[in-house]
Design a protein around this ligand. Structure first.
Ligand code: NAD
Length: 250
């Protein structure tokens, strides 16, 4: 599959890794549609890449919103060849907060919020997009952005479980739909240098992390794009979780 001329649907393309993927896909000749929660980011994207990117406001954890928006995208004449499930939220919370005077156990609301944004969304969007591709007799590629936290990261119960679920879906769908020519892969980044990483972690935490990463630095968003491009272009790759982590093992 050649990136030039490819039509790619990217979720959460309004900032961070997703925004970078959109930018690089466009500069390599792809046409991109984005599903993005934040309306202002949608306006900014369409303005930044006129005629190359159409950005649709949509909460990908809401199955009905996904159905309605995918229908609008189809009606606009955009039929994706590839999907990148990138939208997600990073959340850290201990299973039991021993220092809390109130509820000590992990909030159920936070658990459900993270599972909806990071796992349900991948299930909703992929099932609908693959269904549409099948109806058009296309053989598509689906890349989901997972995380090395899928291996189990202390203090990230919901996030780790959601990303482990993403890896399991990737392997399941690769086996289920390989015979029809569909390919599925995930990218599991370690710590990538994005504004959300910089605002979530203090400078001292970043310094400590860097000393634990064998390559001694955070990853560039470009490293995630190189992995995505490799997955798109390599027609014999499926069911794989590509780790992009500078050698960090959790
Ligand atoms: P980010 O917060 O910078 O960007 C996420 C984008 O997704 C935002 O534009 C946000 O508005 C959008 N979004 C969130 N929930 C959405 C929803 N329900 N519907 C539609 N859009 C939604 O985050 P990021 O750091 O770029 O992370 C992107 C992906 O990469 C996530 O899946 C994250 O888990 C994964 N990841 C990031 C890192 C990292 O170091 N940044 C590491 C490992 C994995």
């Amino acid at each position: 599959m050649n990136v030039t001329g490819l039509r790619v649907l990217v979720t959460g393309g309004g900032s961070g890794i997703g925004r970078y993927l959109v930018e690089r896909l466009v500069s390599d000749g792809a046409e991109v549609a984005v599903l993005e929660l934040d309306q202002e980011k949608c306006v900014a994207l369409s303005a930044a890449f006129p005629g190359k990117v159409q950005a649709w406001p949509c909460d990908v954890s809401d199955a009905e919103a996904v159905d309605a928006t995918l229908q609008s995208i189809t009606d606009s004449g955009f039929e994706p060849d590839a999907l990148i499930n990138n939208a997600g939220i990073i959340h850290s919370e201990p299973l039991v907060n021993m220092l809390s005077r109130g509820d000590r156990a992990h909030s159920r609301t936070n658990w459900q919020r993270v599972m909806a944004a990071d796992l349900d969304s991948v299930f909703f969007v992929t099932s609908r997009v693959v269904d549409r591709m099948m109806a058009k007799r296309k053989k598509g590629v689906v890349i989901s952005i997972s995380s090395i936290s899928a291996n189990g990261n202390p203090g990230q119960s919901a996030y780790s479980a959601a990303k482990a679920g993403v890896n399991a879906l990737t392997k399941t769908w690769a086996k289920e739909l390989g015979a029809l020519g569909f390919r599925f892969a995930a990218i599991a980044p370690g710590f990538i240098d994005t504004p959300s990483t910089r605002s979530a972690l203090s400078d001292s935490t970043i310094e400590r992390l860097q000393s634990q990463i064998p390559l001694r630095k955070l990853g560039d968003p470009e490293s995630v794009y190189f992995a995505a491009r490799h997955i798109l272009e390599n027609d014999y790759l499926t069911g794989t979780i590509v780790e992009v982590d500078g050698g960090l093992v959790l």
